[in-house]
Design a protein around this ligand. Structure first.
Ligand code: SF4
Length: 262
C-alpha cells in the first residue's frame, strides 16, 4: 500500500498561478535566491492566512519559527500530531508555543481511519512490512498533512539538503500539486548545513527537543524513532528495522514525497 495519496505530486503540468492574490508575479527563480527572512515576509504579505509553516519542531523548524516571529509575525504555524509522539517532543512543542506566543494549529489523524487501521492490523503494524509502515504513516501523518495543505497556498517546510541523500536535491522553491491544486512549497533553509542551524539556535537561545541530547538526530514517533550512533546518518534511527533493506536514503514518511521528486 502506498503512503502517497495519488493526488499529491510534483506537477508535470506547468499550469500554475502566475501572480499572487495581491497581483505580484510568482517566479521560482527569484524565490530561490531570496533569503529566508525575505521569503517569509513576502509570503505573509502576499498570501496572508493562506501561507503557513508546517513543522514538527525539530531544529530547522524552530529556526523558521524564530525567523517568522521576527520578520513575519502572525504567520500561521501548523503541526501534525500523529498521537504517537514522545512526551519530550510534546513538552518541547509546548515550550516553543509559550516562548513565541503561537496560536499553534494541530492536525491529528482521522479517528475513523485510525480506529479501522488499528483494529485490522494492530497498533504496531509498522514492524510487519514497509507497506504497513507506509500505511500507518499515511493515516497518521500524510492525510492530516494533506488536510492542512488544503488550507494553504504557500507551504513553508524545514527540509534541508544535508538531512539525507533523498533530500539532497530539495529545491528552495517549487510547485507541487495537491488534490489537483498547485501549492507553492518553500524550503528557505534547504541549503543550510547543520552547523549553520546549530549556530543560529545558539545565537538566539532557541530551546531544542531534549531527545537531541540523548542521541536522537531525526525525531518522529515513539518506537519508530531511535537514537543514532556518532558514525550513523541522521535518519538511520528512523524505522531502524528497515535499515537492512539498504534503502537508507528512501526512509520517508511520505509527507515530502511528491510523485517522482521530493
Ligand atoms: S512513524 Fe511509525 S507510528 Fe508514526 S506514523 Fe509512521 S509508522 Fe506510524
Amino acid at each position: 500500500m502506498s503512503s502517497l495519496p495519488d493526488s499529491v505530486s510534483v506537477s508535470d503540468n506547468p499550469v500554475h498561478p502566475e501572480f499572487t492574490p495581491k497581483g505580484a508575479p510568482i517566479q521560482l527563480g527569484v524565490l530561490e535566491q531570496m533569503d529566508p527572512e525575505a521569503m517569509l515576509r513576502w509570503a505573509l504579505d502576499q498570501y496572508g492566512a493562506r501561507a503557513g509553516i508546517i513543522t514538527s519542531f525539530q531544529d530547522t523548524g524552530c529556526v523558521l519559527v524564530d525567523m517568522m516571529s521576527r520578520h513575519a509575525p502572525g504567520m500561521r504555524v501548523i503541526t501534525i500530531d500523529t498521537l504517537r509522539l514522545h512526551p519530550e517532543t510534546l513538552s518541547h512543542i509546548d515550550a516553543i508555543v509559550k516562548r513565541y506566543g503561537l496560536n499553534l494549529e494541530r492536525f491529528t489523524p482521522d479517528p475513523d481511519a485510525l480506529e479501522r487501521m488499528v483494529r485490522t492490523h494492530g497498533e504496531y503494524l509498522f514492524f510487519d512490512s514497509k507497506a504497513k509502515q507506509e500505511y500507518c504513516c499515511s493515516v497518521r501523518k500524510v492525510e492530516p498533512n494533506r488536510r492542512a495543505l488544503a488550507t494553504l497556498d504557500v507551504w513553508f517546510t524545514g527540509l534541508r539538503r544535508d538531512q539525507s541523500t533523498f533530500r539532497a536535491v530539495t529545491p528552495r522553491a517549487q510547485w507541487i500539486k495537491v488534490d489537483n491544486r498547485s501549492i507553492l512549497k518553500l524550503a528557505p533553509l534547504a541549503d543550510w548545513p547543520e552547523s549553520r542551524v546549530l549556530e543560529y539556535i545558539r545565537e538566539h537561545g532557541i530551546p531544542r527537543n531534549p531527545l537531541l541530547e540523548q542521541g536522537y538526530k531525526s525525531i518522529g514517533c515513539v518506537i519508530c524513532t531511535t537514537p543514532v550512533l556518532p558514525h550513523e546518518p541522521a535518519r538511520a534511527g528512523r524505522w531502524r528495522w528497515f535499515n537492512a533493506l539498504g534503502q537508507e536514503d528512501k526512509k520517508e514518511c511520505g509527507i515530502h514525497i511528491h510523485g517522482s521528486g521530493i
